[in-house]
Design a protein around this ligand. Structure first.
Ligand code: ISE
Length: 341
């Protein structure tokens, strides 16, 4: 494929993430522009499309993808709508950046993987943006030097100010801990084999019937133990921290001490309030990397295999949450297409 001058992107989903990606492509990413915006809510699609000159608004992803000025697709609709959008993109062999989760369960992720395998080449980068965060990238490169020795444990804390309306206990696993599942596989280079979800006393600030916080324990095929505190109604800020404990040392990220102030007998700094703020640079880097690779005719970054493997871990997590106890992860064999990811 000849290198594309400017990548013309259809953004599917004009909610919080979709609208942020439209802004990002227009303001922060070079070599790409938004040519179409799709949303089931026609008014919302129109309102977001109106921010970009010449951009059209649609309610049907397949119709938008059929437009002559669409070279690639960014899927940012809710998880349950991803499979149909991905299959529509495959029907036109269009490159896709698909927000996490790839799909809401392992069976649908497996169907997407089979469809991409039948295309015969990778088409999808999955939006696990933490892989593009400067601190996570530093941690990954330190681990790969081997200086610290073998990783034995990984401790994670993941806190949000408040959960959006309609949030359920399962969404803490599928929409939030999904990131730690990806990061665990990526940082350690190991698959997750079992999940145990523990249920601390729910916070009085959690919505009725939502189990928040949760404490998730992951086991890997390399023998590492990983814990994740997920607390999506902590009230005070958006915090993501990780500490890897290795044989000869530890490494920790996410303390967010970019600036420390001292005043009136106290010292301190600020805490981000939202993921679009904390991970703004990671999202910019992720979408730029996708646009650059796509213009070169390549697909890089987290693959459909990664999206599927994480979906299988989420499914085990949701079962552990419902039934209690340790649940083993059932993983299909990895197709050769994903050997080098
Ligand atoms: C949200 O969808 C994200 O992806 C954020 O990174 C995560 O912190 C949050 O819990 C999710 O709702």
């Amino acid at each position: 494929m000849a290198r594309l001058e400017t990548l013309k992107v259809a953004v599917v989903g004009a909610g919080k993430m979709g609208a942020d990606h439209v802004r990002r492509i227009e303001e922060a990413v070079s070599g790409a522009r938004v040519s179409a915006v799709v949303d089931v809510d026609a008014e919302r699609a129109k309102a977001v499309a109106a921010r970009v000159e010449g951009c059209t608004a649609h309610t049907d992803p397949a119709a938008a993808m059929a437009a002559a000025d669409v070279d690639a697709v960014l899927v940012a609709s809710p998880g349950p709508a991803h499979e149909a959008a991905l299959l529509a993109a495959f029907a036109r062999d269009l490159p896709v950046l698909c927000e996490k989760p790839l799909t809401p369960d392992a069976a649908s992720a497996l169907r997407v993987m089979e469809a991409e395998r039948q295309l015969g080449h990778r088409r999808v980068q999955v939006g696990f943006m933490r892989r593009y965060d400067a601190e996570y990238m530093k941690l990954k490169s330190l681990l790969s030097t081997g200086q610290l020795g073998r990783p034995l444990m990984l401790h994670n804390r993941h806190r949000n100010v408040a959960s959006p309306p309609g949030w359920t206990s399962e969404m803490l696993i599928n929409d939030s801990v999904v990131h730690e599942m990806d990061v665990t596989r990526w940082l350690l280079g190991q698959e997750i084999t079992a999940v145990t979800v523990l249920r601390p006393a729910p916070s009085a600030n959690a919505p009725q019937a939502v189990q928040d916080p949760q404490f998730v324990v992951l086991e890997t095929d390399g023998g590492a133990i990983v814990d994740v505190e997920i607390f999506v109604n902590c009230g005070f800020g958006y915090q993501v921290q990780a500490e890897v404990v290795c044989e000869r040392g530890t490494a920790r990220i996410g303390d967010g001490q970019a600036m420390v102030t001292t005043m009136a007998g106290r010292w301190g700094g600020t805490i981000a309030q939202d993921f679009t703020d904390r991970f703004a640079d990671a999202y910019d880097r992720e979408v730029q990397a996708w646009a650059d690779a796509t213009r070169r005719g390549q697909v890089t970054g987290p693959s459909v295999w990664d999206g599927y493997a994480v979906a299988a871990v989420c499914e085990a997590g949701v079962r552990s949450l419902a039934e209690g106890g340790r649940v083993e992860v059932e993983l299909a064999r990895r197709p050769a297409l994903y050997d080098v990811s």
